[in-house]
Each structure stands twice: as structure tokens, then as C-alpha cells.
Design a protein around this ligand. Structure first.
Ligand code: AVJ
Length: 320
């Protein structure tokens, strides 16, 4: 525990360093080659994602922001006084600013695996919100956590925006939502964004924007690996593929090899045949009913759901 400012405390839960080379080698040599979506987000990837959110086609970010803008008052009335807002994977801590401004909680507790990102964004935040205690927690939010105690009235509100929950497969999602239930604790709540099922043309367009930003974002995962692992993906001969899979109710993103290529990954040589697809992301789409059921299965009591007039996106509030 380290005091970094009058209202900024830093807690390092020492997230275990992952062996990136071993992980990537294993997932690329699997029967169905895949990569974890976390590999999208190096510096370039984070910038590309921000650019995606400004495109006409990619509706989730702006729709969710509109819902928060419009309904933050209603949500607060449902919650009562908020002691702590906790945000797993908080990143740049931008989306929460609206809630900090309007709800004025006692404490904000971002959990973020990237120490640099966490330190930078919470330094700025602590200056902008001198009356809010910022407890910055460096941790891998996918792991069981023992958190700094915050015996404050009003319970802990876990904020998990962006439909990031859509990246988890059904079984992972069950476990993860249980983890969020544990994080919220007794008397706590969860405010979570979930993207909705809709016309597949609309979904396909959102992941195949005309400017090619989503393609660049997907392909950047390989540039990231080339840089970080000193490997040699021939990125120019890989193609972005994204489509809605209606049976699985998810967008799938893949990278397809256009030519046979030999890849050196540390000591390993890997052959990727022309036509091979590396599965890079699933983005599940929900119905209000299906997502509410999942919240209940994780032990939550649904307290409210807000959607836009076109039913593109949903914000769910549930208590523990
Ligand atoms: C950040 C996971 C919510 O699934 O829509 C955007 C990531 N991928 N375009 C999503 C993403 C391609 C995004 N999430």
C-alpha cells in the first residue's frame, strides 16, 4: 500500500506475469488456432479501438454513453447513496467520470492489470476529483481478489461497461459474473453494459467498418506479437474476417492466412497453411431476458434495465 497523493492510494496485488510466448505458442498450435483478445490492446491497438468507437458503424460505445448520460439519475435513485464504485479493467478511467461527477461517491476503486496505465489515469483522476478517495488496485481482475477493505456505507457498486462481458464464452461468463458478485459484496450492486442481438447486417457492419479500422485493429494483434515476441508474422498476407454467427449468438473475428507461412515462435517453428483462420475474438450479443437470467444465475437480483429506442444496447443494474 502506497500513498501517492492526498486522495490517491495505490495497492499492488502483484498480478502474476504471464509467459506470453508459451501462451501464444500453445494457442496458435491448437487444433483450432486462436489468440486471446487481450493481445489487441497494445498502445496502437488501444488507439485503434478508440478510433473504431467514433465510426458511424460501431454503435455500442456511443449508445451506452447516451444511456449513462440519460439515466444516471434513475440508476442512482435505485441504488441510494454510493460508497464505492469499483471498476474491473478500468483502463483509462474515462467512462466512469460521468458517474463520479453525478454520484459523488466516497471512493473509486479501479482494478487494472497494467500498472503504468493505472498510475497515469488515477493521477489525473485524483486531481480532477479531490473529494473522492481513489484506491488504485493493480490486479488481474480475472483472478480471485482480496481487496483493500472499504467499510463505507452504501455498499460497493461494480461498474463493468462496454459489453466487455461479451468477450467471455458462456462458461467463463458464469464464473466471471460470480466473481463480480463476490467483488460487489454484501449490500453491493453491479452496473453492466450488454450489447443486444439485432439484425445481422447491422452487426456485420459494426465489425467491418468502411474505413477499415476494425480490420487494422484485428491485424494489429499480429504486429503486437511481432514486436513483443520478436516473431515474423507476414501480416500483409493475412486478412481480417468478421461475421455474425447466429447459432452461437456472437460476432466472430478471425485472421485468415492468404499464403502458406512459416512462423518462428521462440524455439518453435509453426506452419500456417493458406486458408487457416486464427480465431481472435468472440463478441456475444444478448437479449434483455437472456442477460437478466445470467445475472440471476450468478446470484444477483435484477433492479433495472435501460435500453435505447432502437434496442441496440442495454444497461443492467442488479444487487447482490
Ligand atoms: C471492447 C470487447 C466490447 O466486442 O465490440 C470492437 C471489441 N472488437 N470491434 C466488442 C471490438 C472489434 C469490443 N469490446
Amino acid at each position: 500500500e502506497q500513498q501517492l497523493g492526498p486522495n490517491l492510494t495505490f495497492y499492488d496485488l502483484h498480478p502474476p506475469a504471464t509467459d506470453m510466448l508459451a501462451e501464444v505458442t500453445q494457442s496458435l498450435s491448437a487444433a483450432r488456432p486462436h489468440l486471446h483478445p487481450k493481445y489487441f490492446y497494445d498502445e496502437t491497438g488501444s488507439r485503434l479501438f478508440d478510433a473504431i468507437t467514433t465510426t458511424e458503424e460501431y454503435y455500442p460505445t456511443r449508445t451506452e454513453a447516451g444511456l449513462l448520460e440519460q439515466y444516471s439519475g434513475d440508476i442512482q435513485r435505485q441504488l441510494g447513496a454510493t460508497g464505492t464504485i469499483a471498476e474491473p479493467g478500468a483502463g483509462s478511467c474515462q467512462k466512469v467520470r460521468l458517474l463520479l461527477e453525478r454520484w459523488a461517491p466516497d471512493r473509486y476503486m479501479p482494478l487494472e492489470i497494467s500498472r503504468d496505465c493505472l498510475l497515469q489515469s488515477t493521477r489525473e483522476l485524483s486531481l480532477a476529483f479531490p473529494d473522492i478517495q481513489i484506491s488504485a488496485v493493480c490486479a488481474d481482475y480475472c483472478q480471485a481478489l482480496s481487496l483493500p477493505s472499504d467499510s463505507l456505507p452504501g455498499g460497493r457498486v461494480v461498474f463493468f461497461p462496454g459489453s466487455t462481458i461479451g468477450n467471455f464464452d458462456p462458461e467463463e461468463r458464469r464464473q466471471f459474473l460470480r466473481g463480480l458478485h463476490h467483488l460487489a459484496g454484501p449490500g453491493g450492486a453491479l452496473l453492466i453494459g450488454a450489447d443486444l442481438q439485432k439484425d445481422s447486417a447491422r452487426l456485420n457492419a459494426a465489425y467491418n467498418d468502411a474505413q477499415g479500422l476494425t480490420a487494422a485493429f484485428n491485424l494489429n494483434a499480429l504486429h503486437h506479437l511481432n514486436r513483443a515476441l520478436n516473431c515474423d508474422f507476414d501480416v500483409a498476407n493475412m486478412r481480417h474476417v468478421a461475421f455474425y454467427n447466429p447459432e452461437a449468438q456472437r460476432i466472430e473475428m478471425h485472421l485468415e492466412c492468404l499464403k502458406d507461412q512459416q512462423l518462428k515462435l521462440g524455439e518453435c517453428q509453426l506452419t500456417l497453411k493458406s486458408g487457416t483462420r486464427i480465431h481472435t475474438e468472440n463478441s456475444y450479443k444478448f437479449s434483455v431476458e437472456s442477460f437478466t437470467r445470467e445475472l440471476m444465475e450468478a446470484g444477483f437480483t435484477p433492479r433495472g434495465c435501460w435500453t435505447d429506442p432502437d434496442n441496440l444496447f442495454s444497461l443492467h443494474l442488479a444487487s447482490t
